[in-house]
Design a protein around this ligand. Structure first.
Ligand code: C2E
Ligand code: MG
Ligand code: MG
Ligand code: MG
Length: 293
């Protein structure tokens, strides 16, 4: 049908576009209802250091829609951003993440883990964002003794109001909140802005990791991001690491951390805790004892 319309046909609002608008409007009201009815959860994906230890996790939002089943954040986050619903949704994510850090602080296997939360530009731009996060951090710290919260920002934040961004980051950093630049390499970072931001970490986007071993350009980008990060004094973590060969290549380039299906998919809280206990238990609980039969 599209072919029949031809390359020069003028296209007006058609039934397909109406369907897309309807889907978007119903998604909006469904997100609103989902928040009230607690249909959202966080899953946790481990972040592994060069020696194979779990150093933290990333919190990833999941939505179990009552009729449609699981809906990907790639589908609903953009709608939440456009409609402003990212503000209550993002607040719920931050609160839940802080509660999780508090829960982790009770167990040896999870006590030292950091937790990274994705924050969208619209959420970060709220006037009282930093103060709001600080209030959460303070009440969490009263229980856990330290701030293990990290925030993942994307390059789109660098497009405007860099002074405001730096001021907010500095305020939060002074209270122990860490910052990662997510999906690095896919946006429009100006290197002169990048060096001014008080970041702790760059995340190599998974689109460069996927074909690392077969695409010389991706390998060159990964190598360059690692060198750039290190020369700015930042740690570099790769996302979307699925194979040992990818991990090994990144390791030879000096990459500091890894996240991906090679280690674990994002897991519900209880499954994450069990996974992490399974890795640390024998090492840290007590020396192994062997019985002779
Ligand atoms: P992101 O922050 O870059 O998160 C990484 C995405 O890669 C996640 O997708 C994760 O499940 C996926 N992933 C992890 N390891 C692998 C791997 O080895 N292979 C492949 N192919 N994928 C892997 P997810 O959970 O679907 O989230 C997509 C995006 O949605 C996130 O990208 C983030 O931008 C956004 N997002 C998720 N949760 C939140 C949230 O709480 N707030 C905001 N503002 N955005 C969120
Ligand atoms: Mg992220
Ligand atoms: Mg990312
Ligand atoms: Mg990504």
């Amino acid at each position: 049908q599209a072919k029949a319309a031809g390359r020069n046909a003028l296209r007006f609002f058609n039934p397909g576009m109406q369907a897309a608008v309807n889907a978007r409007v119903s998604l909006e009201s469904d997100i609103r209802r989902g928040l009230v009815e607690q249909q959202f959860t966080l899953h946790y994906q481990p972040q592994i250091d060069g020696s194979g230890r779990t150093v933290g996790a990333e919190a990833l939002l999941r939505w179990q829609h009552p009729e449609r089943g699981a809906i990907s954040p790639a589908e609903f986050i953009p709608v939440a951003e456009e409609t402003g619903l990212i503000l209550p949704l993002g607040e719920w994510v931050l609160k839940t993440a802080c509660a999780q850090l508090k829960a982790w602080s009770a167990y040896a296997a999870t006590r030292a883990l950091t937790l990274s939360v994705n924050v969208s530009a619209r959420q970060f731009r709220q006037q009282d964002f930093a103060e709001h996060v600080l209030a959460l951090v303070r009440s969490m710290e009263a229980d856990t003794g330290a701030c293990r919260l990290k925030i993942e920002l994307t390059e789109s934040l660098l497009l405007n109001d860099v002074e405001d961004t730096i001021a907010k980051m500095n305020l939060l950093k002074a209270h122990g909140v860490g910052f990662s630049l997510d999906d690095f390499g896919t946006g429009y970072s100006s290197l002169s802005y990048l060096k001014r931001l008080p970041l702790d970490q760059l995340k190599i986007d998974q689109s460069f990791v996927r074909d690392l071993l077969t695409d010389a350009n991706d390998a060159a980008i990964a190598r360059t991001v690692i060198a750039l990060g290190h020369s700015l004094g930042l740690a570099v973590i790769a996302e979307g690491v699925e194979t040992e060969a990818q991990r090994a290549f990144l390791s030879t380039q000096g990459c500091d951390g890894y996240q991906g299906y090679l280690f674990s998919r994002p897991l519900p809280a209880a499954a994450f805790d069990a996974w992490q206990r399974g890795r640390t238990g024998p090492d840290h609980a007590q020396p192994a004892v062997f019985f002779e039969i």
